[in-house]
Ligand binder design. Structure first.
Ligand SMILES: OC[C@H]1O[C@H](O[C@H]2O[C@H](CO)[C@@H](O)[C@H](O)[C@H]2O)[C@H](O)[C@@H](O)[C@@H]1O
Length: 390
């Protein structure tokens, strides 16, 4: 991981974001450096040293940014997916005119949302927050100028319907590349997303592609990365829960970070500042990172909000979306991976997944899961409690 002292932490990030120079905190962390990080950090040190209380006034900060940063978006070259064509068959199969128009609009989006990352990002990664990936990507659009993990699952299924197999193939190759590089897939294609993942859809992407192409060689080549990602979730995002005397392993979104999300820096600061003294703890930001890992936008209102409260025993986070959202996905990933091994005639590898393929479902925790420092306490609706870390 590359926790950049400019994009992920440190005084430049803190001063620029808290000065609120831009409407969106994501703007600054997407800017490209004009000079190496050392030069930029040293220029900022000098500037702070000559400022009252080491706090650079907003006008000087603006000037500093113009001298040392470029506006976001410069890391791309224009790219239209070469496999896009006007009349994919699926459009003719939609009888309802309105729905057909809507589907045609989505099909057209692939042209405007495709991005090719310049080789400069590969050659000089230290100048960018963008993570280089070898194949073009389809981005969500708007303020999101990079690939996103779980969004890509639906994008890939759309591309396959649009008969854009090469673009879909390239996107999956990018994710396999990221697993090989990080051991898991970061939330999105920026270094400030390296500390968390998103709902694990890679196996299901591969499944969609395989169903569309029946390409066994592709499946065979992808399997080691799928297994690596599965291991990451089982080793880093799992917890043992005892329910009615039986122990089960559940997966959860669980990010151990004690600082604000760089791309939502002031939102997280304000949220932490809103906590009363008794609620505050060193990892006040953790629930927001875990929520982002679950694919939830932390700042949006939701029926269930997280809260923290001091009880004699410690800090409790009420993170009700945790386990029950992750476990079915991981269950399906394990099942698909096992069945792919079987389909390729690899009985011994299939056997590793036998427990996953044999159980119709893993237990679902339908009620609150309260993270209690390093352990998780599950309170099923029935009132049975069980807890143990794995
Ligand atoms: O469509 C892209 C993603 O958009 C939301 O989350 C992203 O933005 C958040 C705030 O800038 C950030 O903290 C989060 O980590 C990003 O993934 C949405 O919540 C995601 O589900 C979606 O993939």
């Amino acid at each position: 991981m590359n926790f950049s002292e400019i994009y992920c932490t440190g005084p430049i990030l803190h001063q620029v974001q808290t000065a609120k120079l831009f409407d969106d905190d994501k703007y600054f962390v997407d800017m490209k450096l004009r000079e190496t990080p050392d030069v930029v950090l040293s220029a900022f040190r000098n500037l702070s040293n000559e400022s009252p209380n080491n706090t650079v006034p907003p006008a000087k900060l603006q000037e500093f940014l113009s001298n040392y940063f470029e506006k976001p978006g410069t890391e791309f070259e224009s790219w239209t997916p070469p496999d896009w064509h006007t009349k994919p068959k699926f459009l003719g199969g939609i009888a309802d005119q309105q729905l057909r128009n809507w589907a045609a609009k989505i099909h057209n989006l692939w042209k405007s949302l495709g991005r090719k990352i310049r080789t400069g990002v590969k050659d000089h990664p230290e100048l960018y927050s963008q993570i280089y990936t070898p194949h073009p990507v389809v981005v969500p659009g708007g303020r999101f100028r990079e690939l996103y993990y779980w969004d890509s699952y639906w994008v890939i299924n759309g591309l396959l319907l649009s008969e854009m197999t090469d673009t879909a193939h390239g996107m999956i190759q990018n994710f396999l590349y990221l697993v090989n590089r990080y051991g898991f897939i970061p939330n999105g294609g920026r270094i400030y997303y390296e500390r968390r993942s998103q709902p694990p859809f890679l196996t299901l992407m591969v499944e969609s592609y395989y169903r569309a192409t029946m390409d066994k060689e592709f499946l065979r080549a992808a399997l080691p990365a799928l297994e690596q990602e599965y291991r990451f979730w089982m080793q880093n995002r799992s917890v043992a829960v005892t329910l009615n005397g039986a122990e089960h392993v559940l997966n959860r979104y669980h990010v151990q970070v004690g600082s604000p999300r760089p791309e939502s820096y002031t939102d997280d600061l304000e949220l932490a500042e809103g906590l009363t003294e008794g609620d505050r703890c060193p990892d006040s930001y953790r629930p927001n990172d875990s929520r982002a890992e679950a694919g939830v936008t932390p700042s949006l209102p939701e029926p269930v909000r997280w809260c923290s409260r001091w009880s004699g025993a410690g800090i409790f986070y009420r993170v009700t979306f945790n386990s029950h959202r992750a476990s079915p996905l991981l269950f399906w990933s394990g099942r698909c991976t096992g069945e792919s091994r079987l389909g390729l005639g690899q009985m011994r590898s299939f056997n590793r997944y036998t427990p996953v393929t044999q159980h119709a479902e893993r237990p679902t925790v339908t009620s609150d899961c309260c993270g209690h420092r390093d352990r998780i306490l599950c309170r099923p609706v029935s009132g049975e409690d069980g807890t143990r870390d794995v």
